[in-house]
Design a protein around this ligand. Sequence first.
Ligand code: ZN
Length: 89
Amino acid sequence: MELWLLIGSAVLVYVMSAWLHPYVKCEACDGKGKHAGALFSYATRPCHRCSGTGLRRRFTATLIGVGKRRKTTSRFQRATSSFKDTNSG
Ligand SMILES: [Zn+2]
């Protein structure tokens, strides 16, 4: 009986932890939020997995609905609005 109390309180502490701290470091960019080029390492773009935030939502936070949903961005950056306006329409 005491074992179930111990397991229950451990689960409660874990869920509270995910509620208070719903994010962990993004593994793809090591929390930097940007990806450096292989050939020209000074050239960067936002990390496509975390959209440049450097954060990843914890699985438990996703289960309990805490934190913002991840937005993926393309590896290829969109054209700027001025460039798009002159070439479209
Ligand atoms: Zn990232």
